[in-house]
Design a protein around this ligand. Sequence first.
Ligand SMILES: NC(=O)c1ccc[n+]([C@@H]2O[C@H](COP(=O)([O-])OP(=O)(O)OC[C@H]3O[C@@H](n4cnc5c(N)ncnc54)[C@H](O)[C@@H]3O)[C@@H](O)[C@H]2O)c1
Length: 244
Amino acid sequence: MTERPVTLVTGSASGIGRVTALHLASLGHEVVCTDLPVDALDETAAMTAGLAVAADVTSEAEVAVLGNRIRDTHGRLDGVVHCAGVEEDFIDADEMPLATFERTMRINVTGSFLVAQAAARIMIPRRTGSIVLLGSILSTVAYGRNAAYTASKGAVLQLGKALAVDWARHGIRVNVVGPGPVATPMSQETIDDPERGTWLLERIPLGRPAEAIDVARVCAFLLSPDSGYMTGAYLPVDGGWLAL
Ligand SMILES: NC(=O)c1ccc[n+]([C@@H]2O[C@H](COP(=O)([O-])OP(=O)(O)OC[C@H]3O[C@@H](n4cnc5c(N)ncnc54)[C@H](O)[C@@H]3O)[C@@H](O)[C@H]2O)c1
């Protein structure tokens, strides 16, 4: 019998992370769930029969503890889907507090770096692994009033490419998924807003925002051997937004 893949899903108390954790569990992965809100995190872990380890992805110490728990429990790590992130800036750049900009960069960029680094340190001895980072369509285009989020997602894309090049020699693949608007707590208010929601929908050729499962399925593909020759890639999951 082949071993079940051990996969870490960050941000798994909510949205894309939770749905990805459930989807991967249904595909036979041993899921390790991490996030900040403990009750919601425990719920996801219970639904996936997985391990729950609360950690702040901006804390090197907490991410190291997470890595140690994975080593102690499973002895290995095959995949990561890094969904923890924030979008807090719906404000013109000239009015944006520095604290908002720096917090967004710290959670979205530094958090991606710390999680990927901790994962790679477990994966390197076994010379195999697949890491999926959550970018956005805003990794490559901008639509205004969210300079911090847009800058952070651009950085995540470049980080993914840099890590892919660094770790290819260790057999570790790193790819970046770029969703358009997804119906999760992060974007639901915007999608439901009559003016902004209509504006968004007009830009999606497939005519609907993504559901979290649309993104989860692409992440599962990037973890699987079916994508074994893909690394450093950026995959939009945007209903055609970037093609328009
Ligand atoms: N929803 C969208 O429209 C959309 C579009 C493109 C990209 N994305 C990206 O997908 C990812 C998941 O977004 P979502 O829609 O599921 O959002 P969400 O708000 O539902 O979930 C994000 C999760 O990240 C966690 N998180 C935030 N800061 C953290 C920290 N410091 N440490 C640990 N966990 C932390 C939150 O607690 C939350 O559970 C994010 O990176 C987001 O930028 C989302």
